[in-house]
Each structure stands twice: as C-alpha cells, then as structure tokens.
Write a protein that binds this ligand. Structure first.
Ligand code: ADE
Length: 252
C-alpha cells in the first residue's frame, strides 16, 4: 500500500528526501514527485504548493497518477485557538474552509452541493500520527526552547481552518476565530491547504491525516515569526514526526 507524504514547504521535505531509499523523480502536472521507500514502506513524497487549488491538484495527481492509498500531510499553521502556542503541534481531526461563503444561497462555510462544512480525517491514521507526534516531541525535547521561548510543548487535537489568506493581524485572527466559533466550528489553527486535500481525499475515499506545527499566532508578528520558524524548527519537527509515523504504519 503506497502512502503519500505531502509537505507544505521544501524545508520540510528535504530531510525526508535524504532518508528516501531508491528515490525516483517523476514530473506530473508541473510538479516533482519522489517515489521510493521509507523504513520499507512504499511512499511518494510531494510538495503541496501553497493555497487550496494548488494543494487539491497535487492531491488529485497523487491519487490518479500514482495510485496512493493513503495520504499524510505535514506543515505549519498559525495558532488561533486558546492555548495553542508557537512550538505546539496540532493533529487535525477535521477541516473547514474559513473563506467559503456562498450565502445566502448556502449557509456560510458550507461547501456547496456537499451539504457539509467540515471534512473529517481518518481516525486510525490520525491516531498513528498523534502517537508519532508525541514520540517526535520527546525526541526533540529541549532542542528548541531558546527559539520558541519555552519548553514543554503540547499536542492538540481538533479542527483546523484553511483559506487562501496568510493571516497576519491579531484583529483578523480574533474575528476569524469568533465567526467560526459562532457558527459552531471553533478552530485551533489556520493554514492554507488542508481543507482542500481533505475534500479531495473525501471524494476518492482515501484515508487522510494531517499534522501542523504552530509557527506563529496569526497576529501582527506572524510574517516575521513564520519564515524564521520554518527555517530553524519546523523542518526538524516534520522529519521526526514522519520518521516515527512511517515506522508504525501497517504495511497493508
Ligand atoms: N501558515 C502558518 N502560519 C499561517 C498563518 N498565520 N496564516 C495562514 N497560514 C499559515
């Protein structure tokens, strides 16, 4: 059974590429895909690219052209839920699109013609990813305390909101959280791709799980915190979490 490992950023993918056995590069849809093995598991590594449409194209190509049977996504996100801090990890249980609004024809946040606002992640795959995140944080203990200004990182589980915006203003983050919460969808974090990949995986009935490391608080310093965090910290998180995850994956 082939597993797709999607990374949001090249920095996150590099460590996995270094570990890939028998790497074969294939170009499709203007994107590079890397086939090979990680800990004996057949995998395809890909960069999602940024934004919902680009990520949906990558996910669809992984399923249609490479026949992947499960898909796991790593990346970074802005923390918007209470207590979701830089350096924490969020394992997604569900995704919502915070910029979907076809009202008054459909209720705000509802995906037209699906009759739903949220797409759920696969419970079994997410449980493995959660275990891998805990194990990964133990492996990284003490390494980034100076960079994140704290130790004792948490693993959260819950809803992530995706949209085609980098949220970098405290007032916008507050409103986004309040509006979603009022509609019954309080998010822990925001990013720009996960809900699109979740929808594609729903369409193809492919198990999907996602983990995001919190790089910023989606506030007025987010644009400064984000690139620094990606360079120094997120790439290491993604590597240890996926390394732990692949070791525990059943082969069928
Ligand atoms: N990914 C990481 N931080 C983000 C933010 N603040 N907004 C959107 N996507 C993000």
């Amino acid at each position: 059974m082939t597993t797709a490992i999607l990374s949001a950023l090249a920095e996150e993918q590099q460590g996995l590429l270094d570990l890939l056995h028998q790497p074969r590069r294939v170009t499709r849809a203007g994107r590079e895909f890397w086939q090979g093995e990680l800990h004996g598991q057949p995998v395809v590594l890909a960069l999602s690219r940024i934004g919902k449409v680009a990520a949906a194209t990558t996910a669809t190509t992984l399923i249609e052209a490479f026949g992947v049977q499960r898909l796991v996504f790593t990346g970074v996100a802005g923390g918007v839920g209470p207590g979701v801090q830089v350096g924490d990890v969020v394992v997604a249980t569900e995704f919502v699109q915070h910029d979907m609004d076809a009202s008054p024809i459909f209720p705000r946040y509802q995906i037209p013609l699906y009759g739903r606002e949220r797409f759920a992640c696969d419970a079994a795959l997410s449980a493995l990813l959660s275990g891998a995140s805990h194990a990964g944080l133990v492996r990284l203990e003490g390494q980034f305390d100076a960079k994140t200004g704290r130790g004792g990182r948490a693993v959260h589980h819950g809803l992530i909101a995706s949209g085609d915006r980098f949220v970098s203003a405290a007032e916008e983050a507050r409103r986004l959280h309040a509006d979603l919460s009022d509609a019954g969808h309080p998010p822990l974090a925001v990013e720009m791709e996960g809900a699109a990949v979740a929808q594609v995986c729903h369409d193809y009935a492919i198990p999907f799980a996602a983990v995001r490391t919190i790089s910023d608080r989606a506030d007025d310093t987010a644009h400064v915190d984000f690139p620094q965090f990606v360079r120094d910290v997120a790439s290491r998180y993604a590597l240890v979490i996926i390394d732990e995850f692949v070791r525990t994956l059943p082969s069928r």
